[in-house]
Design a protein around this ligand. Sequence first.
Ligand SMILES: [Mg+2]
Length: 181
Amino acid sequence: MDKDNLNNYKYLFLDRDGVINEERPADYVKSIPEFIFTDQALQAIATLSHRFQYIFVVTNQRGLGRGVMSFSDLEEIHHYMLSEIEREGGHIDQIYFCPDLDSVSVNRKPNVGMAFQALRDFPDLDFSKSIMVGNSVSDIDFGNKLGMYTVLVGDKYPQGHKIYENIDAYYENLYKFAENL
Ligand SMILES: [Mg+2]
């Protein structure tokens, strides 16, 4: 198949921090007031929900493993996130998160465990028909290992950084990606 023909892709994986909500540099999103949607993310997810068969969130949440927030804090944040998304007409099929501290954890991106959790839950999923959108090297490496189409968003890396050699597309944010599909 033509990798660059985006009509071939039916499934979408989204990183959370820096994609759906603003990243908190050197900190974690520990409470609902700290969860700020990125510009027009809700409209973007509504648009993407019509376009993709499944949308998954895959998020490293080391703050859990470090004890700076609890599982119930994360649950509250995700309940808030999903209710705002649904109110705007969007839908997320499942959220996968990794609390592990250790980078060798199979579930911690760039390792691919969370994708296989999704495959277990949604057996018709096909990674080669999936797009991964993230704002970090670990997201891009995760997507590339799985043969996904990889999209970088945000401004974490300066022009000329080697990440730009490893991505299939770049957009300023999730909304610009959704708008250009
Ligand atoms: Mg991120």
